[in-house]
Design a protein around this ligand. Structure first.
Ligand SMILES: Cc1ncc(COP(=O)(O)O)c(C=O)c1O
Length: 488
């Protein structure tokens, strides 16, 4: 936070100064272009795509999607985007949809619509989902009062187990979920089998194609064997696909498709029972900036089918090269057999280096790779989201990765002291006191006042030793410390 702001509202500053300040603030961020940040961001590698998105965003950011009759341009652009997504993803003339702010909102709306659609049938609804489904569904269950029934996936392939999913469906199930692909391992679940069972039981089925939906159809056209996953599959009733991922649009845009209009009704909301305007919402937001929608519309129009095919070709080439290169680095291996453009890289059993340290060493070399904690049969690993921008610099990445592994080997293992493990094991996340939190944060090296440590391996090793629920509590506490305006 700038000094002026932290002292309360300051006198105005010149445009040049404000922008200089903003640029300076942004310098501490991870780079969003150039392919060196392998999570959070998606880079087409085409400078004009970024520029077009920004200009289109600016043209419509003051328009309000709250009232499509007042801003018909936004209505038109939303219908265009939904139609394009439906054509790409197996929809037909009955397919409808909504543009939302992102993947989490799309997934949440699918859950909400399913709950509302089954209101007459159950007052204790649940959703059945593979343990690898995105955490957005846990959030939806949490906020909308449903029970999330997590079903273990295949231990080796990390794909959902259709028989186990079928066994988990009961009279209160309102939605079955599967991923195309999952974020953590990049594998596509067996959608046809799961959808067929859902249909047989009269339950809705959502395909979370948030991350893969805009690239899988193109990989298929390029000759990859992509398993059936879209709305053309019998029994699939909704599908989410994020424009701000592999459609390379600026952040804040996703599409939720429904097989027909009746399925969508449950996430529409109206309130006329107050003295103001009748509030009519298609999504969780009410006022909706036209910026992300217009930016997405412009980028999708500009790139077109041929543009996305070219980008998918580049991404696929980068993915193949990086995947093969990783197999050649002693001690590393890829988890499962990814179907899309995401990789989870783990260490071979008995490897003599620490993966969290590899992430630190990569950061030193200017690459961000995302540590993923162990979960079920999935060991600690490093997540890589490969984009078109990685094409051309695959060998640069692989050389640095091999060096980072060698450096991690030299640094030796990261050890969590036995007394620390005992302390963690004794903590109950539900009754932790502020003092215990503080002690744990300090021990984990998450001392906000002193700034974040530049090496995260020790912190991650400690967090890995904590059960997921404790990790959630500790990190939420940490988040609370971060979001304090007057930290001094
Ligand atoms: C499969 C999947 N679903 C949902 C989401 C959530 O998307 P967002 O971060 O846009 O809310 C993601 C994000 O990576 C994802 O990979």
């Amino acid at each position: 936070m700038s000094e002026g702001m932290s002292e309360g509202m300051s006198d105005g500053v010149s445009i040049d100064d404000v922008l200089a300040e903003l640029r300076a603030l942004r310098e501490s961020d991870l780079p969003t272009h150039g392919g060196r940040t392998l999570a959070y961001v998606y880079d087409s590698g085409l400078a004009e795509v970024g520029e077009l998105g920004q200009r289109a965003h600016a043209l419509a950011s003051s328009a309000n999607g709250l009232d499509p009759t007042a801003f018909p341009s936004l209505l038109r652009m939303e219908n265009d985007l939904v139609a394009t997504a439906a054509r790409l993803l197996g929809g037909d003339e009955r397919t409808v949809g909504s543009v939302t702010s992102g993947g989490t909102e799309s997934c949440m709306l699918a859950v909400l619509a399913a709950r509302e659609g089954a209101k007459q049938r159950t007052s204790t609804p649940n959703i059945v989902l593979p343990s690898t489904a995105h955490a957005a569904f846990r959030k939806a269950a949490h906020l909308f009062g449903l029970r999330a029934v997590h079903v273990a996936v295949d231990e080796k392939t990390f794909r959902a187990d259709p028989a186990a999913m079928a066994a988990a469906i009961d009279d209160d199930t309102v939605l079955v979920v599967a991923s195309a692909p999952s974020y953590a391992h990049g594998v596509v679940d067996p959608i046809p089998e799961i959808a067929a069972e859902a249909a047989r039981r009269g339950v809705r089925m959502h395909v979370d194609a948030c991350i893969g939906g805009w690239v899988l159809p193109y990989l298929r056209r390029l000759g990859d064997e992509v398993p059936p996953f879209d709305l053309a599959v019998e029994g699939v009733t909704s599908l989410s696909v994020d424009l701000h991922k592999y459609a390379y649009c600026p952040k804040g845009a996703s599409v939720l498709l429904h097989a027909d209009a009746q399925l969508r009704g449950g996430h529409y909301f109206a309130s006329a029972d107050w003295p103001g305007y009748t509030m009519l919402n298609t999504t969780l937001q009410s006022t909706r900036s036209g910026g992300p929608l217009a930016a997405a519309w412009a980028v999708v129009r500009y790139l077109g089918d041929d543009g996305y095919l070219r980008l998918a070709r580049d991404t696929r080439a980068a993915m193949e090269r990086i995947k093969t290169g990783i197999a050649d680095i002693e001690g590393l291996r890829v988890l499962g057999s990814p179907n899309a453009t995401l990789l989870a890289v783990t260490s071979e059993d008995g490897a003599d280096f620490d993966l969290f340290t590899v992430a630190d060493k990569m950061a030193r070399r200017g690459w961000y790779v995302q540590p993923q904690f162990g979960h079920g049969s999935s060991p600690v690993n490093l997540h890589l989201t490969i984009t078109a921008a990685n094409h051309g610099d695959e060998d640069g990445f692989l050389t640095d990765l091999a060096d980072a592994v060698a450096a991690a080997r030299e640094a030796g293992p990261v050890v969590v002291a036995e007394e620390m493990r005992t302390l963690i094991a004794a903590l109950d996340p539900d009754t932790l006191t502020a003092e215990q939190f503080e002690g744990l944060l300090r021990a984990a090296g998450l001392d906000v006042a002193g700034g974040l440590p530049d090496r995260m391996a020790q912190v991650n090793a400690l967090l890995e030793a904590a059960p997921a629920r404790l990790r959630e509590r500790v990190l939420l506490e940490f988040l609370g410390l971060l979001y304090r305006p007057h930290r001094g």
